[in-house]
Ligand binder design. Structure first.
Ligand code: UDX
Length: 445
């Protein structure tokens, strides 16, 4: 099928390449000329395992093209909306300006002379947006069937989550005949996914829109829940990692997303729960989501706590001390530093007068752009050299695998704060380190 993907960020670029890999003819549009030029040469503009291979393969097949020219989408029978919906400045709400631009592009360039075009929304939007887009396209004279098809991809697993999702959700228009057109078109695009027996849920627009924010709210809540348990563990001498393991054996709870530490960040969870609260306020049901305010504040408290703990470990003051920060991205296997707890903590340490020397395998360039004042070195060994305190803030495999005896030979004082509870406390303590986790002790049991 001839399709367009509008927006070549994380979601759109991966989606475009994977759809071309499925055999479709894909035109991918973005207003950022540098990004388009790089993608067109097979160079991913972000770190994502496996993406470069799919991108190169799709480009070599001749079925994938990147462009900044909106008129190029005219040939497509189906258009994916994959633009960003970041947090709006000065507010909790989502900024929908890129969605508005997309609607304008569609009205100017999409063609429905041979029958309705199908417009598939993948961006995370406030509930009500799909209907509003459908109305605006109709009012503008485009015969379009809008389908809302939320994306659940995780950074670091973007290709697998796109080509082998655990479920697909189609939000369809109330008119059954038009809904059927949308369903059939999307089934054709997703043929390999549908043929693999992936659960496919057909729902109305508001359900599809809510599914995405509900999923992210649940995940954020799960993380803040275990982080609140970490606070109790700190107060009582319990170990939150053992507690998580024990409750995770109950399959009603499950072991995933119970990793306590410095909390969640990234381009999705924080802004999605805030936009959800803002939308609930607009709908007059803000009480239903007041718990998310607590989820957000537990999460932000983790950052304060990590800085306080760092100071406590160093006798109360950080001024003039060398702090080695291992990891700056919001999670491993990503170069994304948007709302990264690690970067935020590094900045706060700097603000407390510490001499912060940080390192990250993928995020250094992004950090240099947003925090040019932070000192970044290439390797963990360089960061550790002469450090008064080490902080593991992103659980990159290489950092988790650091040998505590080797690390001890480099630092000035063997003190480590494990912000992700990713290290073995016993091994580090036995090697002579003062080890502190987040809601975790180095007890024998
Ligand atoms: C998330 C959702 O998982 C995905 O379904 C959605 O489509 C987009 O948002 P992503 O932003 O890639 O994906 O990150 P995710 O893996 O969910 O992690 C989010 C944050 O939570 C990271 O900062 C991570 O370090 C943190 N986290 C995760 C924890 O602190 N503890 C955990 O147990 C799990």
């Amino acid at each position: 099928m001839k399709i367009s993907v509008i927006g070549c960020g994380y979601l759109g670029a991966v989606h475009a390449a994977c759809m071309a890999d499925f055999g479709h003819e894909v035109i991918a549009l973005d207003i950022d000329a540098v990004k388009v030029e790089r993608l067109g040469r097979g160079i991913p503009p972000f770190h994502e395992p496996g993406f470069e291979d799919v991108l190169k393969r799709a480009l070599a097949s001749g079925r994938l093209r990147f462009t900044t020219d909106p008129s190029a989408i005219g040939e497509a029978a189906l258009h994916f909306i994959a633009v960003g919906t970041p947090q709006r400045g000065g507010s909790y709400a989502a900024d929908l300006s890129q969605v508005d631009t997309t609607v304008a592009f569609l009205l100017d360039h999409a063609r429905s002379d041979g029958g309705p075009v199908v417009v598939v929304g993948k961006s995370t939007v406030p509930v009500g947006t799909a209907q509003s887009i459908a109305d605006r396209l109709t009012e503008g004279g485009l015969d379009a069937v809008v389908v809302w098809n939320p994306e659940f991809l995780r950074e670091g697993y973007a290709v697998a989550d796109t080509t082998r999702p655990d479920r697909v959700v189609y939000g369809l228009p109330e008119d059954e005949e038009r809904g059927e057109i949308g369903r059939a078109a999307l089934d054709e695009v997703y043929r390999p996914i549908i043929d693999a027996g992936t659960p496919r849920l057909l729902v109305n627009y508001p359900t599809a829109e809510l599914v995405k924010v509900a999923a992210n709210s649940f995940l954020a809540t799960k993380i803040s829940f275990i982080n609140s348990m970490a606070e109790l563990c700190d107060a009582t001498g319990a170990d939150v990692t053992r507690l998580a393991e024990a409750i995770g054996h109950d399959d009603r709870i499950g072991p995933k997303f119970l990793q306590a530490g410095i909390g969640f960040g990234g381009g999705c969870l924080p802004k999605d729960i805030r936009a959800f609260m803002a939308r609930a306020g607009e709908l007059g049901v803000d009480q239903s989501l007041t718990f998310l305010r607590e989820v957000d504040s537990i999460n932000m408290r983790r950052r304060d706590h990590a800085v306080e703990l760092a100071a406590q470990m160093c006798g109360g003051r950080l001024v003039g001390l060398k702090v080695a920060v291992l990891g700056l991205t919001f999670k491993p296997d990503s170069d994304d530093v948007r709302d990264s707890p690690a970067l935020d903590i590094a900045g706060r340490l700097w603000g407390r007068g510490a001499n912060v020397v940080a390192t990250d395998p993928a995020g250094a360039d992004a950090v240099r752009r947003v925090r040019p004042d932070l000192q970044i070195v290439d390797t963990a060994d360089e960061a550790l050299e002469g450090a008064d305190l080490v902080m593991l803030l992103t659980a990159w495999r290489d950092y988790v695998a650091i040998d505590p005896s080797h690390a001890k030979s480099l630092v000035a004082v063997p003190r480590i704060l494990d912000g992700r509870n990713a290290l073995d406390p016993k091994a580090w303590s036995q090697a002579g380190w003062d080890y502190r986790g987040m809601g975790r002790t180095a007890s024998s049991w």
